[in-house]
Design a protein around this ligand. Structure first.
Ligand SMILES: CC(C)(COP(=O)(O)OP(=O)(O)OC[C@H]1O[C@@H](n2cnc3c(N)ncnc32)[C@H](O)[C@@H]1OP(=O)(O)O)[C@@H](O)C(=O)NCCC(=O)NCCS
Length: 136
């Protein structure tokens, strides 16, 4: 399967919401929804990339590098395309962009179910917890 990775476009949004919903990753539209996607696309520190195969969007990745830490905060591959190298291609593309920007490392906010994937592509666990506070 030939995978093409490119930058996000606003016309991608409905398909990205569909992929997130199928993967049970669309519980907080204020954080992951269309308006947030548009803001991320405008942010210079962000990297927002789409994977396509035969012109069909099959996954996407969002990450940020602020000059210190580079952090992948969302990766989602359509269930029909999982285990076909799409996730790896997206992480490789983000890593290449962060190397270009001078980032020394890259981290990810991972779920327990996806830890095996991250370890397979070279990430290791670190003793850090993600903590959250609602602002509204
Ligand atoms: C986790 C996810 C991003 C992996 O993407 P993918 O395109 O299926 O991964 P790849 O095909 O590039 O897999 C690379 C390797 O990791 C393995 N792998 C994939 N998902 C795995 C998982 N959940 N656990 C353990 N290993 C996994 C693959 O078998 C493959 O191994 P191989 O090279 O020996 O064949 C994808 O399954 C997904 O979107 N899941 C739902 C959402 C999610 O969990 N996102 C990550 C949250 S941080």
């Amino acid at each position: 399967m030939k995978i093409h990775v490119r930058e996000f476009r606003e016309s991608d949004i409905p398909r990205l919401v569909q992929i997130l919903t199928l993967n049970d990753q669309y519980k907080h539209p204020a954080i992951e929804g269309p308006e947030s996607m548009k803001r991320v696309a405008m942010c210079d520190a962000a990297v927002f990339m789409i994977a396509e195969t035969d012109k069909q969007i099959c996954g996407f990745i969002k990450a940020v590098y602020d000059g210190s830490r580079a952090l992948i905060h969302l990766l989602s591959v359509h269930p029909d395309y999982q285990h076909s190298g799409v996730g790896t291609a997206l992480v490789d593309a983000v890593a290449a962009e962060f190397i270009r920007r001078g980032a020394p490392t890259v981290s990810v906010t991972a779920t327990e179910q996806s830890v095996g994937f991250w370890e397979k592509i070279g990430f290791r666990r670190v003793p850090v917890l993600l903590m959250l506070k609602e602002l509204k």
